[in-house]
Design a protein. Structure first.
Length: 238
């Protein structure tokens, strides 16, 4: 490899690393904020009940109404839509569902996963955050009434199954180097997919992407057995 090739390779590696750090910090900060909001609500629940009991004992129904209005406003900032059984997954999914709703995108989510997962919170952010961000981005060119993201997560034997499907405005995409081609030219676009693929491969998991006219789907299988050996399979499930 020539000096010039090495120079550009090192430069590209630095750009990828910088993008990954920025992406990870953004996902993690967003999710961590939602996570702490949810924990705070659970912690304050008893205090809220005691306050309303005191108002009820005094017969102050107007105070109860005003207090409930305040709680409703506060709860809307958390906007907990689904409970998977795993607190960090709840925080990630609910923060992204809230983001999708703000962009007039419907989300149908069905997720049931173990309380404890053999996957770091950071890796979980990378996978779910990128899947949701890509689905949201692909949905935006559609009219609001056609925007839809379907999320399914469940355990299958000793594996965690993750499926994301979204409607798109484009036709079936072609693959280039294992990833689907894109017309976007922003610096860093596609790095998130590479990062996600690396996490799945490191965990010995399986990842499949499928593009059809008007729809795009991603399926991931992650072993729940920490002793599983890494593999890299880009074929479709049998």
């Amino acid at each position: 490899m020539s000096f010039l090739s090495k120079f550009f390779q090192r430069r590209m590696n630095r750009q990828v690393e910088a993008y990954q750090r920025e992406l990870l910090e953004t996902h993690y900060a967003e999710v961590n904020n939602m996570y702490h909001q949810m924990r705070g609500w659970r912690h304050d629940y008893r205090n809220h009940i005691q306050t309303m009991k005191a108002y009820a004992a005094a017969g102050d129904w107007e105070a109860i109404k005003n207090y409930l209005d305040l709680l409703d406003t506060d709860l809307n900032t958390v906007d907990t839509v689904i409970k998977t059984g795993n607190a960090m997954a709840d925080a990630i999914l609910n923060s992204k569902i809230s983001l999708a709703k703000s962009k007039d995108i419907q989300v149908h989510a069905d997720a049931h996963i173990p309380y404890a997962l053999p996957i770091s919170e950071i890796d979980l952010c990378v996978i779910l955050g990128n899947l949701f961000d890509n689905a949201i981005e692909a949905s935006l060119p559609l009219p609001p009434e056609q925007r839809l993201i379907r999320v399914y997560m469940d355990t299958k034997g000793n594996q965690l199954y993750i499926s994301f499907t979204n409607f798109t405005a484009g036709k079936k995409q072609k693959k280039l180097g294992g990833l689907f081609a894109t017309t976007k030219q922003e610096a860093g676009h596609g790095f998130g997919l590479v990062r996600m693929d690396a996490v799945v491969e490191r965990m010995g998991g399986y990842l499949s992407r499928n593009s059809e006219d008007g729809a795009f789907s991603t399926e991931i299988l992650l072993p729940l057995d920490c002793n599983s050996s890494p593999k890299n399979d880009s074929s479709s499930p049998k």
